[in-house]
Design a binder for this molecule. Structure first.
Ligand code: PBG
Length: 334
């Protein structure tokens, strides 16, 4: 490629020498507009609870969430993703609470949209916060998660959230055919503008541990696992297939989850489909970075921004991250 006889004629370090030329050749830029903040919502009022395995993250009641929503708007973070903490007595075998129009999520959506109309509100479509067994769907007598029966509940849940005013519904359940069913149900109910963010390539990951503590589904799930519906971490072609199906079925955006161990999937998905591609820096990734920072082993700000930039470089258009507000602040200071 280069004539090495006169080495080193081409010096790569020339462009790295000064800030101006480093900036000129910089390919990827991270901005607050690339970030989505996931939040854990509690019922009741005036209450906050720390999540032990996610230092700095709190579950909070809706009134407390207002300040967070305001911060998003102030800092330029476009959207919030709501994850409810459902009180144990409301959990059941068939997850009826998932489509209660007076439930925690619809109430939260309506209130947030009324107060902060410009802030995008994303809701999770899956049954794990609502099932007594902690699985994302309905189960048969052997514990197997039933596909089509689950979809019938997911469509009601999505319709309920859309009716409350959700801008985006995000099925994270990994049932087959659910994007098609949710799109049909939304359209039939007149919610033609409600967007679908499909968790298309969602892996059966051990990095979700702290999240299950945060929403309180860990105890319900017990020794159970999600291997019969979430993807095998060993697979890559299967992710492209899943994403292709979800796009065909009507997804507006697709998601890869977790993030850092799956950057190759982000890149393949973006290159193959050129569709809006999101990635989820999940709870376990947050916990790792936070723990190392708290021990003084890593520079939190530098490492978090580097990790987030890496998602964008890999091809992501936006990142769900528990660091969204901190990162937006750091980016504004920079
Ligand atoms: C479940 C759901 C999970 C996460 C988001 N939605 C956990 C799971 O599949 O068990 C994990 C997010 C995180 O770890 O931050 N529908």
């Amino acid at each position: 490629m280069f004539d090495l006889s006169s080495f080193p004629r081409k010096r790569m370090r020339r462009m790295r020498r000064d800030d101006f030329s480093r900036r000129l050749m910089r390919e990827t830029v991270l901005t607050p507009a690339d970030l989505i903040l996931p939040v854990f919502v509690l019922d009741g009022s005036n209450r906050e609870e720390a999540v032990a395995s996610m230092p700095g993250v709190k579950r909070m009641t809706l009134d407390k969430l207002h300040a967070t929503a305001e911060d998003c708007l102030k800092l330029g973070v476009p959207a919030l993703a709501l994850f409810p903490v459902i009180d144990a007595p409301l959990k059941s075998l068939n997850a009826e609470e998932a489509y209660n129009p007076k439930g925690l999520v619809p109430r939260a959506v309506t209130e947030l949209k009324a107060r902060f109309p410009e802030l995008g509100i994303i809701t999770d479509i899956a049954l794990d916060p609502y099932t007594s067994h902690g699985q994302d769907g309905l189960i048969d007598e052997t514990g197997y998660v039933l596909n089509d029966e689950t979809i019938a509940v997911l469509t009601r849940q999505a319709e309920c959230h859309a009716a409350a005013g959700a801008d985006v519904v995000a099925p994270s359940d990994m049932m087959d055919g659910r994007i098609h069913a949710v799109r049909e149900a939304l359209d039939a109910a007149g919610h033609i503008h409600t967007r679908i963010l499909a968790y298309s390539a969602k892996y059966a990951s051990s990095f979700y541990g702290p999240f299950r503590d945060a929403v309180g589904s860990a105890a319900n799930l017990g020794k159970g696992n999600k291997y019969t519906y979430q993807m095998d971490p060993a697979n890559s072609d299967e992710a492209l297939w899943e994403v292709g199906l979800d796009l065909q079925e009507g997804a507006d955006m697709v998601m890869i989850k977790p993030g850092m161990p799956y950057l190759d999937i982000v890149r393949r998905v973006k290159e193959t489909y050129q569709a809006p591609t999101m990635v989820y820096q999940v709870s376990g990734e947050y916990a790792m970075l936070k723990a190392a920072a708290q021990n003084g082993w890593l520079d939190e700000r530098a490492c978090v921004l580097e990790a987030l930039l890496g998602f964008k470089r890999a091809g992501a258009d936006a990142v769900l991250t528990y660091f969204a507000l901190d990162a937006a602040r750091w980016l504004r200071e920079a």
